[in-house]
Design a protein around this ligand. Structure first.
Ligand code: ATP
Length: 482
């Protein structure tokens, strides 16, 4: 028999769960505070804990942390009121399986959730999640951040909360929005997208809310707006950061009240649209810079999902490439050297840019070769200017002598210095570290040659200890070459 712990300072909640769950054959223990919780988890082995986010002496997140330490196998669901939904979403990031909103108006759903968690655990839900991503062509790969993001997106998809997706251009914000819609209860309702930057201010109001016949010259018949079309479905507001302040006010009003009127209309209409907004700019920063309304951001980012740029998940590059090759119906593959070049590039256009590079190479190579060499890649991928730090310059560097390397490195840094484009300082610093490594390696190699491999003598000439020389040999990767 499964044992369930309920922690809530409202006695009625405990009483409700006692009746509801004991009738189903579960054993139930009730606590009213953090203190009760600490005692109860010492006395029993729980399979599931239902924890209120707000408690008189502590908060649900703290209890969740303690629970995961004391009984790692115990599933947890946090209970929340509307004002604490953001905290509940945090709780999912900390390991809660789900959250439920109080008051509980859908008891069947609650029952399904509890039974599901106790019966099968998270595994079958996870396999459904990966299957859905697969069906939609949303490649997640092995990257931990992407996997955590997918899990959180899947869990909140079924809730009626707005979602904000941030990420650089081409990282897959629309793909993720589509995944959330498909994983939600609204999957059979419309998914409508609108680019807020692309619609002119004058057209926007009628685009959003529609208009009545005769509302203005040219309005020969009535037209539905996207809030009406996406009623019960999902509205994807892309580039929300580019919406003008006037548009932001209009959007805020609908989000606050769920009500709007068609242009030229007199009837107040209700919308039950779920909003998923996306932005490539950091909206919190935009709020600081006063280009985005704080109250609108508050309404939109109940759940915030940030997609990492492609350069931070290069381990998944081969998987994405394979997916794109299949999508293009191509039996070609890329040579190892080509993949190495692609792994060095910083991908400012992210996955979209990768797709374009694959498509271009396939078009050029079709009928000429079955394994695509680097000559079919765009020049920018091979240009040193754009390569990322650390391992990157190996391809070229291995063939250079020390003097050429120093000249190359100096030009490389000076080019960045003179460039008008934004510079990634992390990359610059990684290049400096790499140069240090190269200088170290070269001086040691030169001296070891002069001393015919005598390390003691080489260390003396270099004015370092033998220990340091050994350390540098080991750490600086020159062992095999000495
Ligand atoms: N994880 C992924 N798996 C498969 N395809 C992806 C993935 N991420 C992005 N793509 C592809 O990359 C392209 C760009 O994706 P998408 O339009 O979702 O990006 P975005 O972040 O919304 O871009 P923008 O900010 O420019 O609107 C699309 O062709 C999409 O199919």
């Amino acid at each position: 028999m499964s044992t369930i712990l309920v922690i809530d300072d409202e006695r009625e909640v405990g009483t409700f769960f006692r009746h509801f769950l004991e009738e189903k054959g579960y054993s139930v223990k009730i606590g009213l505070s953090g203190k009760d919780f600490s005692q109860l988890i010492k006395q029993h082995r729980f399979d599931l804990a239902l924890i209120d986010v707000k408690l008189p002496d502590t908060n649900g997140l703290e209890l969740l942390r303690q629970l995961k330490l004391s009984i790692p196998s115990c599933k947890a669901v946090v209970m929340t009121g509307y004002s604490t939904v953001k905290t509940a979403v945090e709780a999912i990031k900390y390991g809660a399986s789900d959250y439920v909103e109080k008051p509980f108006d859908d008891i069947d759903q609650l029952e399904q959730l509890i039974d599901g968690l106790l019966r099968s655990g998270a595994t079958s839900a996870q396999s459904d999640m990966y299957k859905l991503a697969d069906t939609l062509g949303f490649i997640v790969g092995m990257n931990k951040e992407m996997n955590d993001l997918l899990k959180l997106a899947y869990k909140i998809a079924k809730k009626n909360v707005n979602v904000l997706i941030e990420g650089e251009t081409g990282t897959g914000k629309e793909v993720l929005a589509h995944f959330i819609h498909s994983a939600s209860m609204r999957y059979d309702q419309p998914f409508i997208g609108m680019n807020c930057g692309a619609v002119s201010e004058t057209l926007l109001e009628s685009e959003l809310f529609g208009y009545e016949k005769g509302a203005f010259t040219g309005a020969v018949k009535e037209k539905k707006g996207i809030f009406e079309i996406a009623h019960r479905g999902t509205l994807f507001l892309d580039e929300i950061g580019e919406a003008s302040l006037a548009t932001q006010v209009k959007l805020l009003r609908v989000l606050e009240t769920g009500e709007y009127m068609r242009v030229g209309g007199e009837t107040v209409r209700k919308t039950n649209t779920r909003i998923i907004a996306a932005s490539h700019v950091n909206l919190a920063k935009a709020v600081e810079e006063k280009t985005f309304r704080e109250d609108l951001l508050y309404r939109l980012d109940v759940v915030k999902l940030t997609i990492p740029p492609l350069r931070e998940r290069l381990e998944d590059l081969p998987l994405l490439i394979d997916y794109f090759l299949k999508k293009l119906n191509s039996s070609l593959s890329f040579s190892e050297e080509s993949i190495a070049y692609m792994k060095q590039y910083h991908w400012p256009g992210n996955v979209r840019e990768l797709f374009n590079v694959v498509k271009r190479a396939v078009t050029l190579a079709e009928g000429e070769t079955s394994v695509i060499p680097p000559s079919y890649l765009p020049e920018k991928l091979k240009s040193l200017r754009y390569q990322r730090g650390t391992v990157e310059s190996q391809v070229v560097k291995n063939e250079m002598d020390f003097e050429t390397y120093v000249q190359w490195w100096t030009n490389h840094i000076l080019n960045m210095w003179k460039s008008d484009e934004n510079v990634d300082l992390e990359y610059v610093l990684a290049s400096v570290k790499e140069m240090e490594m190269e200088v170290s390696r070269s001086f040691i190699m030169k001296t070891l040659k002069e001393t015919i491999g005598n390390r003691k003598e080489a260390a003396k000439r270099l004015n370092i200890t033998v220990r340091k020389l050994r350390y540098l040999l080991k750490e600086k990767g020159v062992d095999s070459k000495v």
